[in-house]
Write a protein that binds this ligand. Structure first.
Ligand SMILES: Nc1ncnc2c1ncn2[C@@H]1O[C@H](COP(=O)(O)OP(=O)(O)O)[C@@H](O)[C@H]1O
Ligand SMILES: CC(C)(COP(=O)(O)O)[C@@H](O)C(=O)NCCC(=O)O
Ligand SMILES: [K+]
Length: 255
């Protein structure tokens, strides 16, 4: 059984996958740099116990992280509780894709590597666009199995938080599809502006990307992707498990 960690700036998504790559369990905990390996293990132990999964069956660990400090915690956990040195996702691993020559990929996010890896396994013969809507939103553009470029923009909740944090009178609102673009009070007007404004940003980005590559298949993932994907018909698929499955695929490519 593979223990996989997808560590983002808001959440750690942990997954346990069987030898065939089926997800037996996945859970989320807050990305907190003060987390210790003992706390992480206690979450893991309690949640697997509740789901009647035996941690003794863990025979591999892989970690994708965009929070450097939390990589170390996963390494301590692997060594202390499993006697396993976790595989760390980076550009040094064997990847199922390459980068076009004009790119400088220094510091390329590990979360982006695993999303691309899984999207390519699912759709090996298509031009691909992957939107990962998390703390930040990223998009990746692939021509066949060559990464030709992408983008990064503030995540949806970051947009809401910055509106709330930088104004005296605006409340923090919950992201979601409002009834109308015409908000009838302050809260509805924030929800309308953020929801349709963010959808518009993604739609325009897709329009511009389609000027660069022909007939791309467009996948969205990330915690904030589901409600937005339903609104944007250019998005072909919302795949919440893309990252965790990408960790399984990458692990077996490098084991
Ligand atoms: N099951 C869930 N529980 C809590 N938050 C969720 C859940 N699914 C999605 N979210 C939303 O996803 C956001 C985090 O998305 P995620 O892709 O995990 O971010 P990151 O990878 O940047 O840490 C949270 O801010 C939350 O709004
Ligand atoms: C852009 C990101 C912060 C997104 O991470 P997340 O929203 O999952 O927390 C992450 O991919 C990252 O730290 N990237 C490094 C810079 C780069 O990929 O070029
Ligand atoms: K992410």
């Amino acid at each position: 059984m593979l223990l996989a960690f997808d560590i983002g700036n808001t959440h750690i998504v942990a997954g346990l996958l069987d030898p065939e790559g089926n997800t037996l369990l996945s859970f989320r905990i807050a990305s907190n740099e003060k987390l210790t390996e003992d706390e992480l293990f206690s979450y893991l132990r309690n949640i697997t116990k509740f789901n009647e999964i035996d941690l003794k069956d863990v025979n591999g660990i892989i970690v994708s992280s965009v929070v450097p400090g939390l990589i170390t915690i996963c390494q301590f956990l692997g060594r202390k509780y499993f006697d396993i040195d976790p595989m760390i996702v980076s550009l040094n691993l064997k990847l199922p894709f390459g980068f076009s020559d004009d790119l400088n990929v220094t510091g390329f996010g590990a979360d982006r590597i695993i999303g691309i890896t899984e999207a390519l396994r699912l759709y090996p013969n298509k031009n691909l666009v992957i939107f990962d809507l998390g703390t930040a939103t990223t998009y990746e553009v692939l021509k066949g199995n060559t990464y030709i470029g992408g983008g990064i923009l503030p995540g949806i909740e970051m947009t809401i938080n910055s509106l709330f944090g930088n104004t005296a009178k605006l409340p923090k609102v919950k992201f979601g599809k409002p009834d109308s673009v015409l908000g009838k009070d302050t809260v509805e007007q924030i929800r309308a502006g953020v929801f349709y404004g963010y959808a518009g940003q993604i739609k325009y980005l897709i329009k511009k990307i389609k000027e660069e590559i022909k007939d791309p298949y467009i996948i969205a993932t990330g915690g904030l992707g589901s409600v937005l994907s339903n609104e944007i018909d250019e998005i072909d698929e919302y795949s919440p498990e893309l990252s965790i499955k990408g960790l399984y695929t990458l692990y077996h490519l490098n084991k």
